[in-house]
Design a protein around this ligand. Structure first.
Ligand code: HEM
Ligand SMILES: CC(C)=CCC/C(C)=C/CC/C(C)=C/COP(=O)(O)OP(=O)(O)O
Length: 333
C-alpha cells in the first residue's frame, strides 16, 4: 500500500502558513518542482508526517499528567518500570486518538488555515495508510497497557480514545458542549496513570486529579476558540465563541475554570498533606495559578485576540507548574 495519497485538489497546494507552526502541525514542505526529491528527504518528510498525525505536543503534555497521577497514587514507592510501561502504552493510545481525529476531520481540516497543512488534508499521506497506522497504534497501545499495567488502566485508555474519537469529534460540528466532552477525554489519562500505579477507582484523589484537568481545559481552550473563532465558524465547528460571538460565555467559562482549578488544586494538596506543609503547598498552588486567573479576568474584560493569546500561554505555563507542585506534595506526604 502506498503511503502517499492521490494528488490533492489544486487549492490544497500551498506553502506552510505562518500560523501552522504554532500548533506544531508543520509541515514537511513539498520540495520545489525543480529540486530532485531524494529518498532520504522523502523518508524524513514521511517520518515528520507520521509524528504530526499523532498531535505530539498534546501527547507529551498528556504523558506529563499521567506521570503526575502515578506519583500521586504511589508517592515515593512508585515503581519506575510500571511508570515507563504506563507512559509507553498511554503514548500509543493517545497517538492513535490524535490520528483518528485527523482522519475523521481530513475534509473539514482543509477549510482552516491552521489545519490545512496537516498530512491528510494536504494529501501527503493516504487515508488508508493513516487508518492502518491508527489501528496499529491503538491496538498495540491498549494491549500494552492491559498486559503491562492491568485491565483497569487499559480500560481508561480505551475510554479516552472512545470519548475523544466517537463522542467529542462528531460533537464539534453539532454543539458547543463539545468542549465539556473533550475536557473529560483530556482528563481521563490521569486515571490511566493513577490506577496503573496502584490507585483505586474509588479514591477521591484520582477523580480530583481528573477535575484539575477538566477545569484547566476551559481557559486553555476558550482562549484558542476565541483566537480561531472566525476559522472555526467558517469551517462549521460550533465552538462557544462561534455560537455566542460576544465572547461573554467564553470569558465566563474561562474565569470559572481558572478559579475552579485553583480550588481543586488546593483540595488535592490538602488531601495529600496536612498541617503546615499543606499550607505551604496551597500557597504554591496560588502562586502558580495567579497568572492564569489574572489573564482569564483580563480576557473577560477585554475579549480581544491579545488577551486570549496571553491566557493560552498562561495555561501552557500553569499546567506543568501545578503538576510540579503536585509531585512535591505527593513526595513530601
Ligand atoms: C477540550 C479540550 C481541548 C481542546 C479542544 C484543545 C485544543 C487545542 C488546540 C486547537 C490547540 C492548537 C492551538 C494553536 O494552534 O494555536 C491546542 C494546543 C495545545 N494543547 Fe490543547 N486542547 C484541549 C485539551 C488539552 C489537553 C488535555 C492537553 C494536555 C494535557 C492539551 C495540551 C495542549 C498543548 C501542549 C498545546 C500546545 C502545543 C500545540 O499547539 O500543539 N490540550 N489545544
Ligand atoms: C490528541 C490526543 C493525545 C488525544 C487524547 C485525548 C485527549 C488528550 C483529548 C483532549 C484534547 C483535545 C480535545 C485536543 C484537541 O482538540 P481538537 O482535536 O479539536 O483539535 P484540532 O482542532 O487541532 O483538531
Amino acid at each position: 500500500m502506498s503511503l502517499a495519497a492521490p494528488p490533492p485538489p489544486a487549492r490544497l497546494h500551498h506553502t506552510a502558513e505562518p500560523n501552522a507552526s504554532v500548533a506544531g502541525e508543520v509541515a514537511a514542505r513539498p520540495a520545489p518542482d525543480s529540486a530532485p526529491v531524494t529518498t532520504e528527504s522523502s523518508a524524513v518528510s514521511l517520518r515528520s508526517d507520521l509524528v504530526t498525525l499523532t498531535k505530539p505536543r498534546i501527547v507529551v503534555m498528556v504523558l506529563v499528567t499521567a506521570a503526575v497521577a502515578a506519583v500521586a497514587a504511589a508517592g515515593r514507592s512508585l515503581d519506575l518500570v510500571v511508570l515507563l510501561h504506563t507512559l509507553l502504552g498511554t503514548a500509543l493510545v493517545g497517538a492513535s486518538a490524535g490520528t483518528m481525529n485527523q482522519i475523521w476531520e481530513r475534509e473539514i481540516d482543509c477549510r482552516m488555515r491552521r489545519t490545512r497543512t496537516r498530512p491528510l488534508p494536504a494529501g501527503r499521506i493516504s487515508t488508508a495508510a493513516a487508518v492502518l497506522y491508527c489501528a496499529v497504534l491503538g491496538i498495540s497501545g491498549t494491549a500494552y497497557l492491559a498486559i503491562f499495567t492491568g485491565l483497569v488502566p487499559a480500560a481508561f485508555g480505551l475510554a479516552t480514545w472512545l470519548t475523544y474519537v466517537l463522542i467529542y469529534t462528531p460533537m464539534k460540528t453539532r454543539t458547543a458542549w463539545n468542549t465539556t466532552v473533550g475536557a473529560i477525554s483530556g482528563a481521563l489519562p490521569m486515571m490511566i496513570g493513577y490506577t496503573a500505579a496502584g490507585g483505586s477507582v474509588a479514591d477521591p484523589q484520582g477523580w480530583l486529579l481528573v477535575a484539575v484537568l477538566v477545569a484547566w481545559q476551559y481557559p486553555h481552550f476558550m482562549a484558542i476558540a476565541w483566537m480561531y473563532r472566525h476559522e472555526y465558524g467558517q469551517a462549521g465547528f460550533l465552538m462557544t465563541p462561534v455560537v455566542e460571538p460576544s465572547g461573554r460565555s467564553a470569558a465566563a467559562q474561562s474565569v470559572a475554570g481558572a478559579l475552579a482549578l485553583l480550588g481543586v488544586l488546593v483540595a488535592l494538596v490538602c488531601l495529600l498533606d496536612s498541617g503546615w506543609s499543606a499550607a505551604v503547598l496551597s500557597s504554591l498552588m496560588l502562586l502558580v495559578s495567579y497568572g492564569l486567573i489574572r489573564d482569564s479576568i483580563r480576557f473577560a474584560r477585554q475579549r480581544d485576540d491579545a488577551s486570549a493569546r496571553r491566557m493560552m500561554r498562561a495555561s501552557l505555563l500553569q499546567l506543568p507548574a501545578a503538576m510540579l507542585v503536585l509531585v512535591l506534595a505527593a513526595l513530601w506526604a
